[in-house]
Design a protein around this ligand. Structure first.
Ligand code: AVJ
Length: 374
């Protein structure tokens, strides 16, 4: 099925990626500044990339994913405080490593969310009523979706939204086998750039499912803006089921992002391997190490890659010098207080319906509804 929305969802226009430091956004030296103020971290002008050797002579105006990646990496490495958007962690190998993270004993959010959904699905289903159209944002392997779909009263359709083509096809096939008769229409798109949300397929409401505390990877302002766009697009009565981590204990947080088996380290370092492969990078991954820390004032866990020594690296023909110990920030995972999150959701046009908090950690699932005043 190819709806107008699907066409609109193809990232034809520049928009910003879910990343920490877009304030202070810098364009690589020697390139033309980004053109439109409306798209702060949009793709670099084709000329800039061509000059950097990224696209050769095939400079098309529409930023392909490859061009966005090139731009984000060159801009991110040129910053005084180097940073790379965490969305690029998920190439094929990165996605496979992330699946392994979900099975780690230290990575409590996976188990906590599963436990909550197991208990809460019935109540969420009651709040949604019959014939809901379930739209999952960043669906990935959609491993928790059956818990929700299984409890809902005659769901009208399931629309997984993800950038990964392979992961989308695999999860759609799996759910189709599990829920015969349920219309499943995967949408390959960046959910932060949807021009509109998929249509309701029945008389029930839209139910947005945003699992895995992915919202924590957005800077607070970006998270609020996303929630606001979703509220407006989803319309009055729509529900949002969103996983948010409120854990505050460093003893729980740090191992979750720096596990003893080194899977998270491999996941983080794989970004350098991807840069080498896709952007003619010369990173020696062994010359960097994974570093994770909890910042209680920012209420977030940060992942970094630290240079083990003074070294030079080139990417797309551009040279970057790393001092010993210098960091590349690769991910933030915000762990706001419940009050802070609900206040933000409220400003964005959502009212609180239900809140489920895990006992051991403080991982939570919030059920929100688009407020009539939104
Ligand atoms: C993508 C939000 C599920 O931030 O906890 C896991 C990504 N990074 N370990 C998170 C991640 C390191 C994860 N989520």
């Amino acid at each position: 099925m190819h709806t107008a929305l699907e066409r609109a969802a193809v990232p034809a226009r520049a928009a910003r990626a879910p990343h920490p430091r877009r304030a202070g956004f810098a364009v690589p030296a020697g390139s033309t500044p980004a053109t439109s103020g409306a798209s702060p971290a949009g793709a670099a002008p084709a000329a800039a990339l061509a000059a950097a050797g990224a696209t050769g002579s095939t400079a098309t105006p529409a930023p392909s994913l490859a061009a966005q990646f090139a731009h984000d990496v060159l801009a991110g490495l040129a910053r005084r405080r180097r940073s790379l958007p965490c969305r690029w962690l998920y190439d094929e190998r990165g996605s496979a490593l992330f699946e392994q993270i979900l099975g780690l004993p230290e990575y409590y959010p996976a188990e906590a969310e599963r436990a909550i959904l197991q208990q809460a699905a019935e109540a969420i289903a009651l709040a949604a009523g019959p014939h809901a159209t379930v739209i999952e944002l960043g669906s990935g392997s959609a491993c928790k979706t059956p818990l929700l779909l299984g409890a809902l009263d005659r769901p009208a359709a399931y629309v997984p939204v993800d950038l990964g083509e392979a992961v989308l096809a695999a999860s759609a096939a799996q759910l189709a086998a599990r829920f015969p008769g349920l219309p499943i229409t995967p949408l390959q798109a960046d959910f932060t750039r949807l021009a509109a949300l998929p249509r309701r397929q029945g008389a029930g409401p839209r139910l947005l499912f945003f699992a895995g505390c992915t919202i924590g990877n957005f800077e607070p302002d970006d998270a609020e803006a996303l929630l606001q766009r979703l509220a407006r697009a989803a319309g009055e009565g729509a529900l949002l089921v969103v996983g948010v981590d409120h854990t505050r204990d460093p003893a729980l947080l740090v191992p979750a992002y720096d596990d003893s088996a080194g899977i998270t380290a491999a996941f983080n370092l794989n970004l350098l391997v991807r840069i080498n492969r896709e952007l003619q990078g010369t990173f020696d991954p062994a010359a960097f190490r994974h570093f994770a820390q909890y910042d209680p004032t920012e209420q977030r866990v940060e992942m970094h890659l630290l240079s083990r020594r003074s070294q030079r690296v080139s990417v797309l023909g551009r040279e970057f010098h790393f001092a010993a110990g210098e960091a590349i920030h690769t991910e933030s995972a915000y762990k706001p207080s419940p009050f802070r999150f609900v206040a933000m959701a409220h400003r964005a046009g959502w009212k609180q319906k239900q809140l489920w908090v895990h006992g051991r950690s403080r991982f939570a699932v919030h059920v929100l509804q688009v407020a009539p005043w939104a």
